[in-house]
Design a protein around this ligand. Sequence first.
Ligand code: ADP
Ligand code: MG
Ligand code: MG
Length: 200
Amino acid sequence: MSLDRVARERLVRALAGSVIEHADELTSLDQAIGDGDHGLNMKRGFEAVLAALPGLADKSLPEMLKAIGMTLVMKVGGASGPLVGTFFMELGKALPEQPSRSDLVAATEKAIEAVKARGRSEAGQKTLLDVLVPVHAVLAGGGDAKAIAAEAAQAADRTTPMQAIRGRASFLGERSIGHMDPGSRSASLLIGAAVETLEF
Ligand code: ADP
Ligand code: MG
Ligand code: MG
């Protein structure tokens, strides 16, 4: 997988656009089981990423991902900022400049482990890990872009019947059941945008 400057810029625009265009939806998901700021949090973060764009795309892929992660940690805020930011930063740290598919599998695994450590969380607790972990399994199993995007969307849907064990939604106990996890939806949007832009 080799991304030239144009492809890196296209990737950043697709990632940012996917959450900015769905900010209202993310907000209403978070209104149901959180404090209603997830759409705004993600939008603020990715607008800051877009504002840094000309310089961002000049960087190598790993350096660009690290810079995106740092911007997200600083700008998104909430519980999700440090978690999504950590994912991008660790991905950048773990990826070589021209990653093979197996490099991508290994690097996303490391980034997921870093998110788990940061959130003291694991899959099954109605968080973005419920998208990241099953999508990683499809990636590791050789799934193509279509299979990865489909798994991301289905995994976000599968958080609806779960009870939240981590994050603000966990305060609701059983009342968190029946609503999709906002962070899982944004993760699914970002993954969908990434695989649409990248070649697998
Ligand atoms: P906040 O809850 O601080 O308002 P956001 O609304 O931006 O933050 O993000 C909420 C999302 O963050 C949740 O939907 C969930 O996916 C994710 N999340 C929250 N806490 C954790 C955690 N400990 N581990 C993993 N993900 C978490
Ligand atoms: Mg919130
Ligand atoms: Mg909040």
